[in-house]
Design a protein around this ligand. Structure first.
Ligand SMILES: *Cc1c(COP(=O)(O)O)cnc(C)c1O
Length: 341
């Protein structure tokens, strides 16, 4: 399988915009090339390839900087991938349900068909249901979210390996929640599988949802395509700076993740005592997937207590997705749920 054969013709042939700072990297120059204002703190365009930030990510994840793409949130990368690989109205994609809704929305925006395959009763991928699609030459993208949103479980890595060995398109593995899992990331696999593209984000475990920094890891050919397609200055100087500073502070990150993990355990056992809670699924993420007697009613009752959770009834009967908050927020939740009959 060749990546370039999967690309849309217009993207394969794209001649990218060359930005002013691409051609000259030295800092001791007089810059009169980009029509910037000469005054102020944020007057210069940021590094288009986020070199400092990528060097830090590279250290933490053990992946060469040239195999990393940084964007304004990982949702933006999902859209890039559709535009790179899928001819609107012709090519197709696959996702699994219940799953993350953005894959479908992005497919629809790009006018690309998305086949939705139900996960089995253990929320795992049923290879038999998938087999028909693996060799379809118009099937360009497959999205696997692990740990999965909203079901909170990891997808079996043998299944992922099987798909990588048999699928003729690109497998996009969304690891937004991997930092909360005891299992390690599969990001290293991009070194062996040219058709694997891994998404991660600073929006969850790193606490930077407001800053908008997402990361993609893949082989050089895919990264180069994304670099050609992206807006020249796609990550602001402020975002790059805050992301770099945050990633250098590993001890805060670890403390936060550990606190969330112990709170997850506490909330999980507390919710299991609630009479109308039918099931709390095991979680590898910073949220719990909970089945109640009547999701619409319980959702509304919690809202009356000024607590907002995610009602997922529409995609899985009577399910709620509940984020793990700070200890006091979790106390509010537990008390509110114990209050209701
Ligand atoms: C939260 C989340 C993301 C992160 O999106 P950003 O745009 O990086 O904030 C990606 N995938 C899944 C499944 C998520 O739940």
């Amino acid at each position: 399988m060749k990546i370039s054969d999967l690309l849309r013709d217009n993207i394969r042939n794209l001649r990218p915009y060359v930005s002013a700072r691409d051609e000259c990297e030295r800092i001791d120059m007089t810059y009169l090339d980009a029509n910037e204002c000469p005054f102020g703190m944020y007057n210069r365009y940021p590094d288009p390839y986020q070199k400092e930030l990528k060097a830090i990510i590279s250290d933490i994840r053990g992946i060469a900087a040239k195999n990393i793409f940084v964007s304004s949130g990982s949702d933006e990368i999902i859209d890039h991938l559709f535009r790179a690989f899928c001819i609107p109205g012709v090519d197709k994609s696959i996702c699994f349900t219940p799953g993350y809704a953005m894959y479908e929305v992005s497919a629809e925006i790009n006018n690309v068909d998305i086949v939705k395959i139900p996960l089995n009763e253990k929320f795992q991928i049923d290879i038999v249901a998938l087999n028909n699609y693996l060799h379809d030459p118009t099937m360009k993208l497959m999205f696997i979210c692990s740990p999965n949103n909203p079901t909170a479980n990891l997808i079996d890595r043998n299944t992922i390996e099987y798909i990588l060995n048999h699928f003729n398109g690109i497998l996009v593995l969304d690891e937004a929640y991997i930092d909360y899992s005891l299992e390690s990331s599969l990001v290293k696999w991009v070194e062996n599988y040219p058709n694997l593209f891994v998404l991660q984000t600073l929006s969850k475990a790193w606490g930077l949802a407001g800053v908008r920094v997402g990361m993609g890891f893949g082989n050089l050919e895919i990264i180069e395509v994304l670099n050609k397609m992206k807006a020249p200055y796609n990550v602001s100087q402020l975002s790059q700076q805050i992301a770099s500073d945050t990633l250098k502070n590993i001890s805060d990150y670890k403390a936060n993740v550990n606190l969330i993990l112990s709170e997850r355990k506490r909330v999980e056992s507390a919710l299991k005592q609630v009479e109308y809670v039918k099931k709390v699924f095991p979680s590898d993420a910073n949220f719990l997937f909970v089945i109640v007697d009547d999701a619409d009613k319980r959702y509304q009752k919690l809202k009356d207590h000024k607590i907002v959770v995610r009602n997922r009834d529409a995609i899985y009967k009577n399910s709620l997705r509940i984020s793990i908050g700070a200890p006091q927020e979790n106390d509010y939740l537990i008390n509110a749920m114990y209050d209701e009959k």
